[in-house]
Design a protein around this ligand. Structure first.
Ligand code: SLL
Length: 268
């Protein structure tokens, strides 16, 4: 690793790491989600807010702490979660209402990056753009309401030593926390160069990979999902263009009619 004096920013280079943040909520139910003792009567849901890697891969090599700021009605509403290698940054709570959660990301010290803030609306109730989407959420998975976002953390002109951490030591997720050195310092002296390959459709930890295909409701972010979204956007664009064309046509007709009426008025 470069020492402090020679540690420079790498000019004109940007590097990103994918991550997921969001909330998962479950209504209390005597069978599927019984209310634990001590939870106030007016609480209707248990919920979790998290920041984690795609496919649950480790992100603690670039993120060291997450602060979740909850609604002020909640006791100790500012909560700090420190990194545990291989584990998501997660906070579990119970409550009755939806609100905006402020999520502050603190990067590993080697990055020299200032903390950044994200905002996420806690969803307890099924939602969607259409009634159909809402219904789907109501029926699926025992009333579980997921509001998850895929995002990419971009590091612009990273310091050399941080770049090394980010790019050294890609490994299968199962090896994280197994005593392998991985990113920090990378390969140890004398260690053989090991070629690590992505698992079927999956990702390597400490990489910017995105899964190729969807593998169940807990892993919805993949190239496949991206492709579906692109198709949806393309279809929507065609529709919008068609609507614009029709509106223009109608306007032209109306303008023509207006001219005719004006001409008639002038004659009269
Ligand atoms: C609403 N504007 O009216 C929101 C406020 C507040 C939610 C939601 C309390 C939990 C606790 C709780 O759920 N507050 O007391 O621990 O919907």
């Amino acid at each position: 690793m470069a020492d402090k004096k020679t540690n420079k920013r790498i000019k004109s280079l940007s590097i990103y790491r994918p991550f997921i943040y969001g909330t998962t909520a479950r209504p209390f139910d005597p069978i599927s989600n019984p209310k634990p003792p001590g939870v106030p009567d007016d609480h209707t849901h248990s919920w979790e807010v998290f920041v984690k890697g795609v496919d649950d891969t480790d992100i603690t090599y670039w993120l060291r702490r997450v602060q979740f700021k909850l609604h002020e009605s909640i006791p100790n509403h500012v909560r700090v979660i420190d990194a545990v290698p291989g584990k998501p940054f997660s906070l579990k709570e119970t409550g009755w209402g939806e609100f905006e959660i402020t999520i502050r990301l603190y990067y590993v010290t080697e990055s020299n990056e200032k903390p950044q803030t994200l905002y996420h609306h806690l969803r307890l109730h099924p939602y969607g753009r259409t009634e159909e989407e809402k219904d789907k959420m109501k029926k699926g998975d025992g009333g579980v309401v997921k509001s998850w976002n895929y995002d990419e953390q971009i590091f612009n002109e990273p310091y050399e030593s941080f770049y090394e951490i980010l790019t050294t030591g890609a490994m299968p997720p199962s090896m994280v926390g197994s005593g392998q050195k991985g990113g920090k310092g990378g390969k140890q002296k004398g260690e053989k160069e090991q070629k690590v390959e992505r698992s079927e459709g999956g990702v390597l930890a400490r990489s910017a990979m995105i899964p190729l295909t969807n593998r169940g409701p807990d892993f919805p972010f993949s190239r496949e999902t991206e492709q579906c979204e692109i198709e949806k956007l393309k279809k929507a664009l065609v529709k919008v263009e068609e609507m614009t064309r029709k509106t223009k046509e109608e306007m032209e007709k109306k303008e023509k009619r207006l001219k005719e009426l004006k001409a008639e008025g002038a004659k009269a």
